[in-house]
Design a protein. Structure first.
Length: 157
């Protein structure tokens, strides 16, 4: 049987359990057509590139399928009817990889990386950016004026 990968984006208002129920419904539709799900990944609640049906975020789910095309078409029909599904995309692939997808592997690398290096120049210890008046040349000018005032230098009129 041909192999497919399907990515489903569900609405952000639903819970993760409800997003899993959407994937379970797609799995049930596939199994009714003599297909099976070889891989299932929940990518989490992620930002969308643009608003879809007034949503800015969505629950992403990846399904690796081993099913005949008729079963995949029925699954897609069921996903179209589900109001919690914003978008889905099914692509035929040569093989379904057993290792985690690029999205999940990138997330695990970000969790492992705790030290982000030294603070960039131009920032205070708190991480707040310096304002316009806090630049080095303005501080030097203000220190010079403070020194003149301290020694009683007269200001020019």
């Amino acid at each position: 049987m041909p192999l497919y990968e399907t990515v489903v984006i569900a609405r952000s208002e639903i819970t993760q359990a409800q997003a899993d129920a959407v994937a379970d419904a797609a799995t049930a539709a596939l199994e009714a057509g003599q297909g099976s799900v070889k891989k299932r990944e929940y990518w989490g609640l992620r930002s969308l590139a643009y608003r879809i049906k007034k949503n800015r975020k969505g629950h992403y789910i990846l399904l690796g399928l081993d099913a005949p095309s008729a079963a995949v078409q029925e699954m897609e029909r069921q996903l179209t009817l589900n109001e919690d599904v914003l978008r889905f995309l099914t692509v035929r692939v040569e093989e379904i990889s057993e290792e985690p997808s690029a999205i999940l592997s990138r997330k695990s690398e970000e969790r492992e990386r705790s030290f982000r290096g030294p603070k960039p120049a131009g920032r205070f210890e708190s991480g707040r950016k310096r304002g316009f008046d806090e630049r080095e040349e303005f501080r030097a000018r203000d220190e010079y004026r403070a020194d003149r005032d301290e020694y009683g230098a007269e200001e020019e009129v």
